[in-house]
Design a protein around this ligand. Structure first.
Ligand code: PAF
Length: 288
């Protein structure tokens, strides 16, 4: 049986434990989370375990990435069961920072990523990546990991963090973990627990529409036409609103011009179902 993780809420204890492990030559891998952990998070933890001797997971519902009116207060907080799940995975350290220690009353610094962080999510959640970039920078500075794992479900977030780390010369390997899905293909998300039975059935249509759309693009269909039809199919399936169905270049998320794809790309979707905003994405495997 795995030994219990070291749980700390203070930066001092965190630093003490990390420097002890570093002194013994251990590598540290890190999985930042907002808690409400599900199987998807645990796949990130498993990947982190493969990369280093020590695995650190943080649990922090980051207020700066929620806009006024978003679900910050309602965001599920399940600390006890999160700790149990992480302990069962053999996590070495769980860091649950005190919110006041993250953003004190004098906090005045922002971290803004351009390029990959423009468009898509930012068109609908203009301050989201500023909040993510800020908290991830702070957590990286506190944990000082060798590697950090992020899910491909938040594909634009992953691309934004890769950019941030490259641009600011942070010596951290960023690892993307494939999307974990339920048996109906729905991407696992902490927000799935908001759904009733009917909402869940509608939500599970998202991935079917997305994969069908990607297949059409792979077969040479005009990208804009395929995306328009996918958006219509989502509304027909019961989604109330579609924020975007968009295909971008695979790594830099550059906007694609010209209708038909000629390089491996990524199809990204955000849509609303029963008051819950869902995002998903998949590869569009076009030969160069
Ligand atoms: O993906 C998330 O859960 C969050 O955006 C992250 C990376 C933990 C930052 O708060």
């Amino acid at each position: 049986m795995a030994s219990s993780p070291y749980i700390t809420r203070t930066q001092k204890d965190l630093r003490g434990q990390i420097s002890q492990w570093r002194g013994s030559g251990d590598r540290i891998s890190f999985v930042p989370t907002m808690g409400a952990l599900h199987e998807g998070h645990l796949t990130l933890v498993k990947l982190a375990r493969e990369k280093a001797e020590r695995v650190v997971v943080s649990i922090f519902v980051n207020p700066t990435q929620f806009a006024p009116g978003e679900d910050l207060d309602a965001y599920p907080r399940t600390e006890k069961s999160d700790i149990e799940k992480l302990a069962a995975e053999g996590v070495d350290l769980i860091y649950i920072p005190n919110p006041d220690s993250m953003y004190d009353v004098h906090h005045a610094t922002t971290v803004k990523v351009g390029g990959v962080a423009k468009g898509l999510e930012t068109d609908h959640r203009p301050t989201f990546f500023d909040g993510v970039a800020l908290v991830v920078t702070k957590l990286f500075n506190r944990v000082q990991p060798d590697a950090a794992v992020f899910g491909e479900k938040d594909y634009q977030q992953l691309a934004t963090i890769r950019r941030l780390v490259d641009d600011l010369d942070m010596p951290i390997q960023i690892i993307g973990a494939p999307i974990a899905r339920d048996e109906f293909g729905l991407a696992l998300s902490s927000r799935n627990q908001y759904f009733d039975k009917e909402g869940l059935a509608i939500a599970r249509e998202l991935n079917k529409v997305m994969f069908a759309c990607a297949k059409e693009m792979e077969d040479g269909r005009n990208v804009d036409r395929a995306a328009e039809e996918a958006a219509k199919a989502l509304i027909k399936a019961g989604f109330s609103n579609v924020d975007y169905v968009e295909t971008r270049s695979k790594n830099s998320l550059t906007v694609l011009e010209g209708g038909v794809l000629n390089a491996p790309s990524r199809l990204l979707i955000a849509a609303h179902c029963k008051g819950v905003r869902l995002i998903d994405n998949c590869a569009v495997n076009v030969k160069e």
